[in-house]
Design a binder for this molecule. Sequence first.
Ligand SMILES: O=c1ccn([C@H]2C[C@H](O)[C@@H](COP(=O)(O)OP(=O)(O)OP(=O)(O)O)O2)c(=O)[nH]1
Ligand SMILES: [Mg+2]
Length: 154
Amino acid sequence: MSASRSEVTVRILRLGNGGGASLPAYASEGAAGADLAAALQTPLTLKPGERALVPTGLAVELPDGFEMQIRPRSGLAARHGVTVLNSPGTVDSDYRGEVKVLLINLGAEAVTISDGERIAQAVIAPVTRAEFRLVDALSGSVRGEGGFGSTGRK
Ligand SMILES: O=c1ccn([C@H]2C[C@H](O)[C@@H](COP(=O)(O)OP(=O)(O)OP(=O)(O)O)O2)c(=O)[nH]1
Ligand SMILES: [Mg+2]
């Protein structure tokens, strides 16, 4: 690991249903996301338009101040139109249940997901929490209330 990189420890539990569930794994030296694999007793077929909450067979304990974002794999999306419906999914640091991936098939053909297949990727990211403070007025700005295309078409 280079000096400029940060690394945190994420404790992982393999759940009963997971059998030999694969741990999240970085596919290359510089990968931002660790691939998450499906933990399935039997293959799962998603018809066009269908979605499913796919088990990973894993529960995680994230360090306080971090989240796990569950993002699509571009290969699966490009090849089959399969993506993460709630992307980026949020795994809270206090969540101890099974990590699941909400896949949807936006493609035109049925897609079958097999046990151990890499279906999404997990990015560990720092979280900033806010104090939401109610006030009577906000400070002025050049943009003001303009939004949703207010700066022009280009
Ligand atoms: O893709 C996801 C998204 C969420 N979760 C788990 C971990 C997360 O901590 C919990 C709650 O997620 P979220 O806050 O997005 O869902 P919610 O609909 O707000 O449910 P809740 O009321 O439980 O917070 O569900 C996953 O396993 N995968
Ligand atoms: Mg929530």
